[in-house]
Design a protein around this ligand. Structure first.
Ligand SMILES: Cc1cc2nc3c(=O)[nH]c(=O)nc-3n(C[C@H](O)[C@H](O)[C@H](O)COP(=O)(O)OP(=O)(O)OC[C@H]3O[C@@H](n4cnc5c(N)ncnc54)[C@H](O)[C@@H]3O)c2cc1C
Length: 480
């Protein structure tokens, strides 16, 4: 089949999958305006792959298949490959107007984490290593949109999934039974971005397992979105696009929806099973996924941070305050935020480490980059909301602007700088509301893992550095 076109991707979604959205069962996700807007965002990845100007970035020539494949399905060989991958996600997010195309990136992170885990398992992992490479070849040939179901419903966070104190044993996806054809799984994954309009998803454990009782929860596989027993309840993402806002010429895109995916005794054939009870290796899989996906998250955030810098400067000029010393200070703060993120993300690629023969972004630098953008995001939003002023939330709507009875009053009294038409200022308020909405603050914090998860990894990865520095200090103090 080869590389899919955007239209082929859209057609592939009408496959009988079970999706509930806003209280209703949806027959074809492309027919619902909200979901279709998200589909348009994903389609950017497919459009890019067919656009000659992005060919070198989006595609790689595969020697075995003797054809171009998506770069996401190619195993990186070195730091330059990781950097190209970073640049591809940045460009795709830019083309998606800050909305993330994600047709392949999160799936690739899961696929490479599975491959690393299989290789780490030695002889026991050989069968999984063969299966994941066979599955990779299938993705190279079919170009399917694949996302990743990692986060489990979890239940009581302080208890193991198998603990009798849990309200039920299905908070984390688990193995129910197996036979010579495959396995049956049950459980639920939450927050799974883009699952409503992907072709398939990877399911991998969301935490390390610490004892044999947890073996049934150490399960990883790939499954079609329309597989029997899979159903999704989809949460709309508040993209704040409504008739109250000024219309845009560009196609309507929407930040993604997230799914609660229920696995109701779902059959998975063996050739799609990549971990099945080897509880000691759940940690390797989730660790490597988190590492690669945090670098992917940094790539999303670079163009998004450029947008934040752009809206801050624009609204400062529209309000006539751009030359005030405190405003320049605030703009400088956003420049530092953006450039720190960009430098750390690029450095994480070039200063890569080798995990079982696959180069992965530097763990410490990646986690610091992700922590940096999440931890400081609210501060950047506060700066922008401060520069914008209260009209950000009190300005009359587009419908009032269009009403001849109220238009002239709004035009006269809500202008800022004489150099900028009132409409531009009101349009910028719409954009600021969209880009600094509360939902985005939460995704920034929790998407790709919550801040404490990054801090834990930073401390764990830095143990050699800490020991070296301690020795240095002891040497300086004359302690032997
Ligand atoms: C918009 C969005 C999109 C996402 N997309 C995806 C996706 O596509 N795929 C996917 O797999 N996941 C996805 N996630 C999930 C994301 O990775 C998780 O939200 C994140 O890992 C936090 O998990 P949680 O939401 O269950 O919160 P929790 O783990 O419940 O965290 C809440 C708080 O509890 C603390 N905590 C948790 N466990 C413990 C414990 N045992 N002891 C002490 N403190 C604890 C945490 O540090 C945090 O402060 C997405 C999340 C968001 C918000």
């Amino acid at each position: 089949m080869g590389l899919m076109t955007a239209d082929q991707y859209r057609e592939s979604l009408n496959d009988g999958r079970i999706v509930y959205y806003k209280g209703k069962k949806i027959d074809n996700v492309c027919d619902h305006p909200h979901l279709a807007a998200c589909v348009n965002t994903v389609a950017v990845d497919y459009e890019m792959a067919h656009d000659p100007q992005y060919k070198d970035l989006a595609l790689v020539f595969d020697e075995e298949l003797q054809e171009n494949i998506s770069r996401y399905n190619h195993i990186p060989k070195n730091g330059q490959d990781l950097l190209k991958h970073l640049e591809l996600i940045i460009k795709a997010t830019e083309l998606g107007q800050g909305y993330i195309p994600l047709a392949h990136d999160i799936g690739a992170d899961a696929m490479n984490a599975i491959a690393i885990t299989a290789r780490t398992m030695g002889d026991a992992g050989k069968v999984y290593a063969e299966r994941i490479e066979k599955y990779r070849k299938y993705l190279k040939k079919t170009d399917k949109c694949v996302v990743a179901g990692v986060t489990d419903a979890k239940g009581d966070r302080h208890l193991k999934p198998s603990d009798p104190g849990q309200a039920n044993p299905d908070f984390q996806v688990r193995l129910v039974s197996k036979d010579d054809k495959g396995i049956i799984v049950r459980g639920a994954k939450v927050h799974i971005t883009g699952a409503a309009y992907c072709n398939e998803f990877f399911v991998i454990p969301c935490k390390a397992m610490s004892s044999p009782e947890e073996a049934p929860y150490a399960v990883a596989f790939a499954i079609q979105a329309n597989a029997k027993g899979v159903r999704q309840i989809v949460r709309p993402f508040n993209g704040r696009i409504s008739d109250d806002e000024f219309p845009l010429d560009s196609p309507l895109r929407m930040m993604h929806t997230d799914s609660l995916i229920i696995f109701d005794d779902v059959f998975v054939p063996w050739d799609r099973v990549f971990l099945c009870g080897e509880w000691k290796f759940a940690a390797t899989m989730v660790y490597n996924f988190a590492l690669m996906h945090r670098r992917t998250g940094c790539a999303y955030r670079i163009p998004m941070s450029e947008q934040l810098l752009g809206i801050a400067q624009a609204i400062a000029e529209y309000n006539g305050i751009a030359d005030a010393p405190h405003v320049k200070e605030k703009i400088t703060e956003i420049v530092i935020y953006l450039e720190t993120l960009t430098a750390l993300s690029r450095s994480a690629c070039l200063d890569f480490v080798d995990h079982a023969g696959i180069p992965v972004p530097n763990p410490i630098t990646t986690n610091i980059a992700k922590y940096h953008f999440a931890h400081n995001y609210h501060k950047i939003c506060e700066i922008i909301q401060d520069l914008a002023g209260g009209l950000l939330v009190t300005a009359p709507t587009y419908r009032d602007w269009m009403n001849p009875e109220t238009h002239e009053d709004i035009k006269k009294y809500l202008q800022g700088s004489a150099k900028v038409p009132t409409e531009n200022r009101l349009r910028m308020f719409d954009l600021i509301r969209r880009l600094t909405a509360g939902d985005l603050e939460t995704i920034c914090l929790h998407g790709e893992g919550s801040p404490f998860a990054e801090r834990m990894t930073i401390l764990m990865e830095a143990r050699k550095t800490i020991a070296r520095c301690k020795k240095l200090a002891e040497g300086m103090a004359g302690i032997k």
